[in-house]
Design a protein. Structure first.
Length: 354
């Protein structure tokens, strides 16, 4: 991870990157949802392991497979109450037969119940290698093939066995445009599922498809409120006043990183949460968030695991490093209280790289 800002892709290179990405979506052929999942997985892995300069990045296909299983996990739950025990109770993800990832993930779900337990189970390595094989035969070498042209700007085979190599500057661009890439892939993914005729009886009049596919499990988050309030001594993380009927807030805002990571969750007043909105919290709050995780990281993890919320403190820290580095580059104001914001001073760097 780069600490001092090394030069990254120029404005012109960024525009070219976005143009090519747009062509993958508009000119690529989509017979299953795998390509969307692949793009989301690459963008997430770029946040976790990439840097903002021109570095290339080797990614093991097995890491992509683990991301895949996580992405499809919630989507394998039965959808819609009306046909809950019918043959179509899982949303179709493929124009032909149901996508193979669904059977891999469904059987993991049956055996383990929660993703956290699945990861600890003896079935996990097999599921990951089956998924990796699927990724190699299905989306990996097709994503960059358009109707009449190959547009292999994202990655190529790596000399390292079992890996692909993101090309120079690609990780940086995926980090810079993470929110945009995720939103684009998710909205195309959602439309693909809506268009499949076999999903029509399931979808019916329900309008919560986006929430079902990609949203947070609100009920689990709500149940995190009590343990989090305990670990924060009953205080709002931001204003440090007592909080009774607080809300769960994503410290790095959901709009910037739409994933639920246990250690990114904090308890805050409804009003503080609303005022912070999708701004980054200022460095004083960042310091407090880091100290809370240093003191209570283990117990927060234990409480979250019981609720099937993803526990990965190193990733939560990587995400914060990425978010503050981008906030600084874009001169984003950081929220202090009420409608008071302040610029980032660079202190975030010493806090997050301590
Ligand atoms: Zn507050």
């Amino acid at each position: 991870m780069q600490v001092n800002a090394a030069p990254g892709p120029t404005a012109e290179e960024q525009v070219q990157f976005l143009g090519k990405l747009e062509r993958l979506f508009s000119e690529g052929q989509f017979v299953a949802t795998y390509k969307y999942a692949l793009l989301v997985a690459l963008a997430d892995l770029a946040i976790q392991h990439g840097s903002d300069d021109y570095s290339d990045l080797d990614l093991p296909v097995s890491s992509i497979a683990e991301q895949f299983i996580g992405l499809y996990w919630r989507q394998c739950a039965p959808y819609g109450a009306a046909v809950a025990d019918g043959a179509y109770s899982t949303l179709r993800q493929n124009t032909g037969q149901q996508a193979s990832i669904i059977s891999i993930v469904s059987s993991l779900r049956e055996q383990s119940g929660t993703l956290v337990l699945a990861k600890q189970s003896s079935a996990w390595p097999t599921a990951v290698s089956e998924t990796a094989r699927l990724i190699k035969t299905m989306p990996l070498w097709r994503l960059q093939v358009l109707r009449n042209e190959t547009l292999d700007f994202l990655y190529a085979e790596s000399p390292t066995p079992g890996c692909i190599r993101l090309k120079s500057g690609v990780a940086a661009n995926l980090r810079r445009f993470h929110g945009m890439v995720i939103r684009l892939a998710q909205s195309e993914w959602l439309h693909f599922i809506q268009r499949l005729p076999s999903n029509t009886p399931l979808l019916g009049a329900t309008s919560d498809l986006g929430q079902f596919l990609f949203g947070a499990d609100r009920s689990a988050l709500i149940r995190m409120a009590e343990p989090l309030a305990n670990f924060q001594s009953g205080l709002c993380l931001y204003c440090q006043r007592a909080v009774r009927a607080g809300e769960i807030d994503h410290f790095v805002p959901w709009s910037r990183y739409p994933r639920d990571l246990a250690h990114n969750l904090v308890i805050a007043h409804k009003e503080c949460n609303r005022q912070k909105s999708d701004l980054l919290a200022c460095e004083t709050h960042l310091d407090r968030w880091l100290r809370r995780n240093a003191d209570y990281g283990d117990v927060i993890g234990e409480a979250a695991e019981r609720l099937n919320i993803l526990v990965d403190l190193p990733t939560a820290v990587s995400v914060a490093r990425w978010a503050y580095s981008h906030g600084e580059n874009l001169h984003s104001p950081a929220w202090l209280r009420g409608d008071v914001v302040e610029p980032l001073t660079g202190r975030w760097r010493s806090l997050l790289y301590a």
